[in-house]
Write a new protein. Sequence first.
Length: 407
Amino acid sequence: MRAWRGLRRGPAASSGPAAAFSSSCPGGGERRRRAWETSLSPLERVRRLLAPEEAAAAAAGADAAPAAGAGRGPLRVGELVLAELGRRRRDALKLLCRLTAGAALAIPGGLLPHGDIVGRLPGQVVRTASGGRLLVRRPSLEEYVLLMARGAAIAYPKDVSAMLMMMDLHPGDTVLESGSGSGAMSLFLSRAVGSKGRVVSYDVREDHHNLAKKNYRQWRASWEIGHMEEWPDNVDFILKNITTAAEDMKSVTFDAIVLDMLNPQAALPVIYPSLKHGGVCAVYLANITQVIALLDTIRTCKLPFLCERIIDVTHRNWLVLPAKIKNCKSIQTVETQENTEEEPQQKEHEEIHFQDQAVLKGSEYDESLSDSVETYSSVPYIARPSYWQDAHSAFLTKLRKFQRPLS
Ligand SMILES: C[S@@+](CC[C@H](N)C(=O)[O-])C[C@H]1O[C@@H](n2cnc3c(N)ncnc32)[C@H](O)[C@@H]1O
């Protein structure tokens, strides 16, 4: 008690959300304060470190409309926008479109004119004519690569993250990629090495080569409009079979190499001389038998690579949701407030079982645990692994180039 009194300051303590909450509390009157009522927000903590005039300026800045630039300004014609519908269900719909004057987005139940999105701040909810609600915002790079046009299957973002870590890429690095595919990995590589770095990306198929370039151009163009700064123009897409590129390799040294192609072992003899000693070649393969073929080639051809790791990346999706109590029978039937997910058998609601029935009985429920201030207004939660898990995508192999001792 002493601690929070020391932190409270004058009139602010009797107005604002804490006071409003207090008057609506069951029982009202004097009660213990919860930790969040007495702690300072990060912004408030910073303000208290500043001189009064600087604090006033900071306060004015925080209340002002978000500054344009750096992706915070309103959505503009020409940029890519993500519209999200129906976050309550597993099959939430995400639509990607490029804002165009006079165009409309086809959504369930009708059309939403792009004009209704232009000028909104990202993160705003837009009401449609049919009464639906859409959240509109700029897509992340992860969302873009999942939604952009695809020729070849893309390297999935969860695997790309692990591969970027394997290669230990830094801004300014030069990296070789084969194949370009749809350009998903190329975009992540482009971001990792930045404007001072370089990505050289080979593909043997013209349609894939062209699509990778198109997807890359589209993202860059949108970025420039939305962020008012240039995305690095640092990827060289080359239409060529990597196994025939020995001449090209002579003049460069790569900090890292990433292979996502059939028979990557066929590329190794051509590319390994251009990888710096100690550098990593990360290989993306769907089947473990392909990994064995790769390692067997390294062994039989005595290629200077050590296999450091073979991993597959699994993300376990969980469901954690507040539950709304509908009745208090021996088995509680509850309806989740959002993100209701359907069990494969199309069940409409979630059943949860409680060991302590007292917890669930109406107002008793609220007060029975109020002993501990943190649990005063707690509600039952559904918390379990989701029915819906991502399938296997790839095995990632980390090969380290070594230098043989001079004999
Ligand atoms: C699965 S895709 C790569 C996807 C890419 N990583 C992405 O994220 O979009 C494999 C690509 O490797 C290309 N490829 C296969 N063999 C090749 C070779 N010998 N040289 C260059 N590219 C090759 C294919 O044409 C295909 O586009």
